[in-house]
Design a protein around this ligand. Structure first.
Ligand SMILES: C[S@@+](CC[C@H](N)C(=O)[O-])C[C@H]1O[C@@H](n2cnc3c(N)ncnc32)[C@H](O)[C@@H]1O
Length: 314
């Protein structure tokens, strides 16, 4: 299942903004935890000196193989490791640098993954209902849909798709799977379409497919785990940049960053001065999330929901 060629290219989101916010040392070490097709790594390479070092992680073995090839010609490129980023603490020892000047996360799914029907991410093409970033491990969306009970299915659709009609969708799925196993993207899409008024169908399908993708890949748990692990690997003065694509991700990034630059005082109530000694460990580089401009959205509509937040370690 290869995904190369122009049809499976990925356009990096806000590359100029990422580069300008992330680089603090032109000869430093930088780690992209969502290497994808290496779009951001290439943008970074273009602005870094020859002594800089570039590393990556991606859960998708196809992305790792192809991007390792693509990046060979860059003098700063070192290696990309195939792993879920929440295992950063276990795999970071394989890099030649042990601390980084910049760490990037560009969350979610890449164009080569969406555009390859065989990966099962898209309701716009017909393929196996897979949705795993790593097709060699974990359960597929089809297996989840086949085995979870109606309540669990509704919970996934409600929590991860923010879909109000989740109970109705879950009921339709359970009724259909009693008739025939739901094993393809087009079958799931047909079930959802059948219980959704026409004007809302595209948005509803996007929400339901997002919900199962998040559940299959445990995306929110991965994100909650990786942020503190990445922060530990930053040098003092190093920066972490995160691009998120929906409110569930952005909320986790926002609250985690805030806990670093505005940590909670743990003193008992009523004390006249703080004695717990809690201290900020980071400063905000972006006070508000940075969004792509209109020209970028016109060129690359998949960028439209992107939000970039950046912090600097003290
Ligand atoms: C939006 S794409 C990144 C694209 C990349 N910035 C570029 O310019 O080519 C997100 C990538 O993150 C990877 N990914 C998602 N969740 C991951 C996780 N938990 N661990 C490692 N990689 C993950 C996906 O496989 C995908 O390749």
């Amino acid at each position: 299942m290869t995904a190369s060629g122009p049809d499976f290219a990925h356009t990096p989101v806000m590359p100029a903004e990422v580069v300008s916010h992330l680089i603090t040392d032109r000869e430093g070490a930088y780690l992209d935890l969502t290497a994808g097709r290496g779009g951001h790594l290439r943008a970074l390479a273009g602005q870094l000196g020859a002594g800089a070092r570039l590393y990556g992680i991606d859960r998708d073995p196809i992305a790792v193989a192809e991007t390792t090839q693509i990046l060979q010609s860059f003098v700063q490129f070192r290696k990309i490791i195939q792993a879920p980023f929440a295992e950063l603490d276990h795999v970071a020892g394989q890099f030649d640098d042990s601390a980084f000047n910049g760490i990037l996360l560009d969350l979610g799914v890449s164009s080569p993954q969406i555009d390859n029907a065989l990966r099962g991410f898209s309701f716009q093409s017909d393929g196996p209902l897979d949705m795993r970033f790593d097709p060699d491990s974990g359960v597929t969306a089809a297996e989840l849909i086949d085995t979870l009970d109606q309540k669990q299915l509704a919970e996934i659709i409600r929590s991860y798709g923010e879909e109000r009609e989740a109970a109705r969708m879950a009921r339709a799925i359970v009724m259909e799977r009693q008739r025939q196993k739901i094993a393809t993207t087009s079958h799931l899409a047909a079930v959802i379409r059948a219980v959704t008024p026409k004007p809302q169908q595209t948005k509803t399908l996007a929400r339901v497919f997002q919900a199962f993708r998040i559940a299959v890949n445990r995306e929110l748990e991965q994100l909650e785990k990786v942020l503190p692990l990445g922060f530990q690997l930053l040098k003092s003065g190093g920066r972490m940049a995160v691009i998120s694509y929906h409110s569930l991700e952005d909320r986790i990034v926002k609250w985690t960053f805030q806990s670093w630059f505005r940590p909670r005082c743990t003193c008992p109530p009523g004390l006249p001065v703080c004695v717990c000694g809690v201290k900020a460990i980071a400063v905000a580089v972006t006070r508000k999330p940075v969004s792509p401009g209109e020209a970028e959205i016109a060129r690359n509509p998949r960028a439209r929901s992107a939000r970039l937040r950046v912090v600097e370690k003290l």
